[in-house]
Design a binder for this molecule. Structure first.
Ligand SMILES: Cc1cc2nc3c(=O)[nH]c(=O)nc-3n(C[C@H](O)[C@H](O)[C@H](O)COP(=O)(O)O)c2cc1C
Length: 180
């Protein structure tokens, strides 16, 4: 069986550090994990962390260029067996719902034919906002899968629905799709 290839998109949530554990767990399971960090994510975590854990190049605005004559977002989009966004901000969900593609991750999301799985993380009021809920409904209608969020104490200090789904459970779900 060829090595399953995952693109892991990480966005600007306080939960971004938990994506490192996810990248590590999936790499240990034999998944080739290409990590793409948004500018928002770079405020929370460094590419070096993911490069060390996945032993692969990590993609940011700094290397969003051409590979063998092909734009990086196209080559990553074509190679992926699955694209997972974890954590996904309200901003990323809105961009994807409305077809906005101002950076590497959002361009890749429009260019890929692979299934897309989104694991949101945000303040509960942001999650329940009608704009976010409409965007989620639109994406679900288009075949995008959602994992979580879960309820609990949020990093902002509020209780509510908005926590990133537990990392071992996200990993289990992704493995069941990539290594059935
Ligand atoms: C400390 C801090 C924590 C944040 N946590 C979240 C979060 O968990 N979820 C979210 O949707 N936005 C969060 N934001 C706001 C995003 O970082 C902001 O919307 C950013 O533009 C997202 O960019 P991106 O989606 O391109 O990564 C946070 C901002 C700050 C300063």
């Amino acid at each position: 069986m060829p090595t399953p290839r995952l693109v892991l998109g990480v966005t600007g949530s306080i939960a971004a550090y938990r994506a490192a554990e996810l990248a590590s767990a999936l790499t240990k399971e034999g998944i080739e994990v290409d990590v793409v960090l948004t500018d928002g994510a770079l405020r929370f975590i460094t590419p070096l962390t993911f490069a060390a854990l996945t032993r692969r190049e990590v993609y940011t605005r700094d290397n969003d260029d051409l590979r063998d004559g092909q734009p990086t977002h196209i080559s990553l989009a074509d190679r992926a067996d699955l694209v997972l966004i974890a954590p996904a901000t309200a901003h990323l969900i809105a961009q994807l719902a409305h077809g906005l593609a101002p950076d590497l991750l959002t361009s890749l999301l429009l260019a890929t034919a692979a299934p897309v799985v989104v694991a949101p993380a945000m303040n509960g009021k942001m999650w329940h906002h009608p704009a976010t809920q409409d965007n989620v409904a639109l994406l679900r209608k288009r075949g995008v899968s959602f994992i979580g969020p879960e309820a609990g104490l949020l990093a902002c200090g509020y209780e509510g629905l908005g926590r990133l789904w537990p990392v071992p459970e996200i990993a289990r779900e992704i493995l069941s799709r990539l290594k059935p």
